[in-house]
Write a protein that binds this ligand. Structure first.
Ligand code: THU
Length: 147
């Protein structure tokens, strides 16, 4: 997924310390995941345009469809804090290769992101770098809705 990119659509490179902080936030959050049914713990962290980082975990429910993914909980925290533009997202799982966000979360990320970098990581140190454009080409966006 991290192959050749069209420089015209690549997101601006994230500085190494910022990338490391985002990854650490996602990995650290993952320890707090509430996943008693699937036992699939996910941590996510999003970086706002101003550099602030917001984390989230998956929160499952005995009524399974009420589960909320880690990415969406991280985005909810960002929105609550006033962030509206995300420049990078990290998703931490314990599988190899590290999981990518589900389709629903890709759409929710697209609400607040363009060619945003998405880092897929696991505690073993695997890192896969992709972009929202790769994961969700031709995203449906709010500007397509009638005014
Ligand atoms: N999950 C996430 O948190 N993010 C994703 O992008 C994919 C799936 C969670 C939901 C559920 O708690 C568990 O992983 C298994 O699907």
């Amino acid at each position: 997924m991290s192959g050749e990119r069209d420089p015209g659509t690549s997101p601006p490179a994230l500085a190494a310390p910022a990338q490391a902080a985002l990854i650490q936030a996602a990995l650290g959050a993952r320890d707090q995941a509430y996943a008693p049914y699937s036992h699939f713990s996910v941590g996510a962290a999003v970086m706002a345009r101003d550099g602030r980082i917001f984390a989230g975990v998956n929160v499952e429910n005995a009524s399974y469809p009420l589960t909320v993914c880690a990415e969406r909980n991280a985005i909810a925290a960002a929105v609550l804090a006033g962030a509206r533009e995300l420049v990078a997202v990290a998703v931490a799982t314990a599988v190899s290769p590290p999981s990518a966000p589900c389709g629903g979360c890709r759409q929710v990320i697209a609400e607040f992101a363009r060619e945003t970098t998405i880092l897929l990581v696991n505690p073993e140190g695997e890192r896969v770098e992709t972009t929202l454009g790769e994961l969700l080409p031709r995203a449906f966006r709010g500007e397509e809705l009638a005014p």
